[in-house]
Design a protein around this ligand. Structure first.
Ligand SMILES: [Zn+2]
Length: 352
């Protein structure tokens, strides 16, 4: 388990906003080479192939490398930076938080400007990310340039890895570095499987699954397993009824979200497999959100796809929490699918 925690720490600490996933790709490559044959697609997704005892079916195991971040949109005359969000942020969560701006001289830290309570007037309208300013300690455009910062630089939250109460892990970026960690751990462990497993660590999910669109073309799978870090709903006031993504209750099997109706016989087979192997799991019918399944299930005439998730509390913010038991359960369920999904089984799940 120590090695897995180290992997989770490294992957979540890595900076990798949409379009800037290279540090994550390098780390995944280090772990999977030479066990797998590695390819890259034109947008940057990393594709790692491991042939089993049979060539078919080709199973796509996928997680997205990008995390929510920003791009440096503009620099004011007074030396403040403006942000272009890359992915879903809530502006009210940002004032007072620190960011890393990845410039030409390495990362520069800044603070999102915050109006102290002394100066606070009644809010006129809802705060937008576009209204925020980042303070890097510079007083002019020239001083900003001297720090190596330029328009288009990528920006990530500044956060720190920590272990809470022995089993919960805190850091930024669990969506979807926890999925990347399941992908890496599964590919390392995998042997004697009746199929070919193609692991795709995709780019640019947070801005609309763009990397999945191209990765699936290269992967050419017959079925797909999407590994995610979906938002947990077990914080008081979030779920109307009982939570469907609670920390410590196991792997979340998603049945629906507005982007995808999950392949019915595939998720039923996966759920039975979880029961058979006594793997803790929870079912979720999500009323919002989307995953790379959106692009994958619609490719090549339709690909049966399931979505497995390790719930993340406080997702899309500077600090999220995951539970080690959920990570373990998701890894176990992904492994069980890869070891059991042969051509005959997959054919039995498809319409006659
Ligand atoms: Zn995600």
């Amino acid at each position: 388990m120590k090695k897995l925690i180290e992997l989770l720490e490294k992957l979540s600490s890595c900076p990798g906003p949409p379009g800037g996933e290279e540090p994550v790709a390098r780390l995944i490559r280090q772990h999977l080479e030479p066990r797998c044959q590695i390819n890259r697609d034109g947008l940057g997704s990393l594709i790692a192939t491991k042939e089993g005892t049979r060539k078919k079916p080709r199973l796509m195991l996928t997680a997205h490398m990008d995390e929510v971040g920003f791009m440096l949109q503009n620099i004011t005359d007074g030396g403040y930076l403006r942000l272009q969000p890359l992915g879903g942020w809530i502006a009210n969560h940002l004032p007072g938080q620190r960011l890393h701006i990845h410039g030409s001289k390495g990362p520069v830290e800044g603070i999102v400007a915050s109006v102290p309570p002394h100066f606070k007037k009644e809010p006129k309208s809802e705060l937008k990310v576009e209204d925020l300013l980042v303070d890097v300690g510079a007083a002019s455009k020239e001083e900003v340039a001297s720090l190596g910062l330029n328009l288009g630089d990528l920006i990530t939250p500044s956060s720190q890895f920590a272990i809470y109460n022995e089993k919960l892990l805190a850091n930024k970026g669990w969506d979807d570095r926890v999925g990347c960690a399941v992908l890496v751990a599964a590919m390392k462990k995998l042997n004697k499987h009746p199929n070919t497993v193609v692991a795709a660590a995709t780019v640019q999910e947070e801005i609309g699954s763009r990397g999945a669109v191209t990765a699936v073309e290269v992967t050419k799978p017959q079925a797909a397993i999407v590994l995610e870090g979906p938002p947990a709903d077990d914080v008081p006031g979030v779920a109307k009824d009982s939570p469907q993504g609670a920390l410590g209750r196991g792997c979340q099997i998603r049945l629906y979200d507005p982007s995808t109706i999950i392949h019915r016989s595939f998720w039923r087979w996966v759920t039975e497999l979880a029961q058979k192997h006594k793997i803790a799991h929870q079912l979720a019918v999500r009323q919002s959100g989307a995953t790379d399944a959106r692009a994958i299930h619609l490719a090549q005439g339709g690909i049966p796809t399931v979505v497995l998730g390790v719930p993340v509390r406080h997702a899309h913010s500077h600090s999220g929490l995951i539970h080690l038991d959920d990570f373990r359960a998701t890894l176990d369920l992904a492994m069980a699918i890869l070891k059991n999904l042969d051509n005959k089984t997959l054919t039995s799940l498809l319409p006659e």
